[in-house]
Design a protein around this ligand. Structure first.
Ligand code: ADP
Ligand code: MG
Length: 251
């Protein structure tokens, strides 16, 4: 299987505190790969190192065969590595449609100072992305007035504007009700399938993790202690120790 994303010997410390300790991990094309681990394990830091929001002290990140270590986040997005953040990242006073349109205009390198003129741009693709995430009916609503779950759907449409081959999702269902979680995961899976996207994601809901992952990796105190098939992770003695000792019954 072809590797789309590869992190080699990544190391990151904050004022002497080692948050990521020589982590080597990869993502195959189309793969659904979960990163789990107790709070503070380093999951979000690892994502920030991949997306360029933080710089590795040592090690490398390679995406689609190209080393991207030290590349700024907006360039990395343009290369096709997209990310959805834990917090919502939309323009609340614009309509749902305009939010997607702005993302597409920005992707094409156009300025949206001229947004009044830009209204004619990317309309078909905006509509297509909204249909893909199931928001066609809400296109003219103000983004800030959507229910939380729908704002996350919008955020997903925005993430897809760059035609990514990889999508990083940091706790995509955080703050969602159980029905919203089920819907969101179904949608993410459908879109990954439809667009041949590889997913690297963190998620606290173990039902979701075991339900959709091809592979699960476990971080603990910044170190990768396991990476393998879902049916093997539960049997791993070190994983059991971490979860049974620190995070009751999570695994
Ligand atoms: P997770 O996402 O697995 O909960 P994080 O990556 O957010 O963990 O954090 C890992 C560790 O690194 C934590 O102990 C956190 O306090 C620390 N950390 C994260 N970002 C910073 C930062 N910018 N400065 C200092 N410490 C940080
Ligand atoms: Mg986190």
């Amino acid at each position: 299987m072809e590797t789309v994303l590869e992190i080699k010997q990544a190391y990151k410390a904050f004022d002497g505190f080692v948050a990521i300790n020589d982590v080597t991990i990869d993502l195959k094309r189309g793969e659904k790969h979960a990163i789990i681990g107790p709070n503070g394990a380093g999951k979000t830091t690892l994502f920030n190192l991949i997306t360029g929001h933080l710089k590795v002290d040592r090690g490398s990140v390679t995406f689609e065969g190209k080393e991207i270590t030290g590349t700024p986040p907006h360039r990395i997005v343009k290369l096709g590595l997209a990310r959805s953040f834990q917090r919502i990242n939309i323009y609340p006073r614009m309509t749902v449609f305009e939010n997607v349109q702005v993302a597409l205009i920005a992707r094409d390198g156009r300025s949206f100072h001229l947004f009044t003129l830009g209204h004619a741009l990317n309309r078909d693709e905006s509509a297509e992305l909204l249909a893909l995430v199931g928001l066609s009916a809400e296109a003219e609503e103000l983004a800030g007035e959507l229910a939380y779950g729908k704002q996350k759907q919008l955020e997903l449409a925005i993430s897809l504007a760059s035609h990514p081959s990889v999508l990083l999702l940091d706790e995509p269902t955080a703050g969602m009700s159980p029905p919203e979680t089920v819907e969101a995961i179904k949608l993410i899976e459908e879109i990954a399938e439809a667009r041949g996207l590889a997913l690297l994601f963190t998620e606290h809901d173990m039902g979701v993790v075991f339900g959709i992952s091809d592979r699960i990796s476990v971080l603990h105190h910044g170190e990768l202690i396991f990476s393998g098939a879902p049916d093997r992770v539960r049997e791993d003695p070190e994983v059991r120790r971490v979860y049974l000792g620190e995070s009751h019954g999570a695994a």
